[in-house]
Design a protein around this ligand. Structure first.
Ligand code: ZN
Ligand code: ZN
Length: 354
């Protein structure tokens, strides 16, 4: 209920009378309802969950704080009636989720109500995690750490990237993960310079860097980690780049804390990489929030001015990508605390050669 109270407080501060929450991730976060067809309508006094007959019973069980309404194929008419019952003349909808079509349908159907499309006010709430949410993320990361440790035994010349990805997925699912957080990245040799090289038919060869970037979902929450290992031996240049990326990550982990902006957080790592002469080869932000979704607020990037708050969970993932040669990325997940961070990732960052 805490979440609804916080959301209502926000609505009140922004002078909003009612909000329609359509993004299923936000619906589940606020209500507990996990069906694929459900919309929340929240006013100062009332909390409704609009769904269809397939989900009425499930909604009653999962979302006891909400009054369950069967929309009977007329979602916007029902919405208009509920708003009228509550004396609401204005409705906020999620601009960052609704399609243009749906938005226009709503505007047309709610003649007497002014419809405001705005960035979802649920996003900043989700960015700050409760102890239970952090526990779920930790559980997912523990499985991910364990899978990484096991997969190292499979890294050798001649093995396909695809087979490594499959083994990892099996280990995670066997360990209790509901699903992967995202399509796994296993990228070797010159493919490791592709920041998002999903596993291919390529086989590992001596001298390859291999980037593993993967995670899984436990209790509805995602994990995310990256490690880079080498096949046979690492060249001097590979070792140099690996050490710079690791130093950049360590600088960020040592300095991140509540109260600084995402931009300042990003700079801790970016400065190390730039000072080493590889600034042009770190083309993405340092990190992103992780929770119910693999990428959510906040961001650690040169353009993100938002402030970090205690309880936010962010990835810290500097990388250097040398096109046609190789790439190195190292990624941990950290909880932001008042004075620093708590690292949720335990997997070794030793430079492994197999
Ligand atoms: Zn990742
Ligand atoms: Zn990530």
């Amino acid at each position: 209920m805490e979440r609804l109270t916080l959301l209502r407080k926000q609505l009140q501060e922004a002078n909003r009378e009612a909000i329609l929450v359509s993004n299923p991730v936000n619906v589940a976060y606020l209500s507990g309802f996990t069906g694929t067809a459900g919309t929340l309508l929240l006013t100062a006094q009332q909390a409704y969950l609009l769904t269809d007959f397939r989900y009425v019973e499930q909604a009653q069980q999962q979302a006891p704080a909400f009054e369950i309404i069967d929309i009977k194929n007329k979602p916007w008419q029902v919405t208009a009636e509920l708003l009228a019952d509550n004396g609401c003349r204005a409705l906020t909808v999620e601009a960052d989720y609704l399609t243009v079509d749906t938005y226009q349908e709503i505007v047309a159907a709610l003649e007497a109500v002014s419809v405001e499309a705005a960035a979802s006010p649920v996003t900043p709430l989700r960015a700050v995690k409760t102890a239970d949410e952090i526990k779920a993320i930790e559980k997912a990361q523990q499985l991910t750490d364990a899978a990484f440790k096991q997969i190292l035994a499979y890294v050798k010349p001649g093995v396909r990237e695809r087979d490594l990805a499959l083994e990892l997925e099996f280990m995670l699912r066997k360990g209790g993960a509901a699903a992967l957080s995202f399509t796994m990245i296993v990228a070797s040799g010159s493919r490791s310079a592709l920041p998002h090289g999903v596993a291919s038919d390529k086989t590992l060869a001596v001298g390859d860097a291999v980037v593993f970037d993967f995670g899984c979902i436990v209790d509805g929450y995602c994990s995310d980690m990256t490690r880079t290992v080498f096949v046979g031996e690492a060249s001097d240049k590979q070792r140099e780049v690996y050490d710079i990326v690791l130093a950049a990550q360590e600088a960020a982990l040592a300095n991140l804390r509540a109260g600084i902006s995402g931009k300042e957080g990003d700079a801790f790592a970016r400065e190390v990489i730039a000072a080493a002469g590889y600034g042009d080869y770190f083309g993405h932000g340092l990190g992103h929030g992780v929770g119910r979704e693999i990428h959510e607020a906040p961001r650690l990037s040169p353009t993100y001015e938002g402030l970090l708050e205690p309880g936010m969970v962010v990835t810290v993932e500097p990388g250097i990508y040398l096109p046609g040669e190789f790439g190195v990325r190292i990624e941990d997940m950290a909880v932001i605390e008042e004075q620093g961070i708590r690292n949720l990732t335990a997997a070794s960052k030793e430079l492994y050669c197999f």
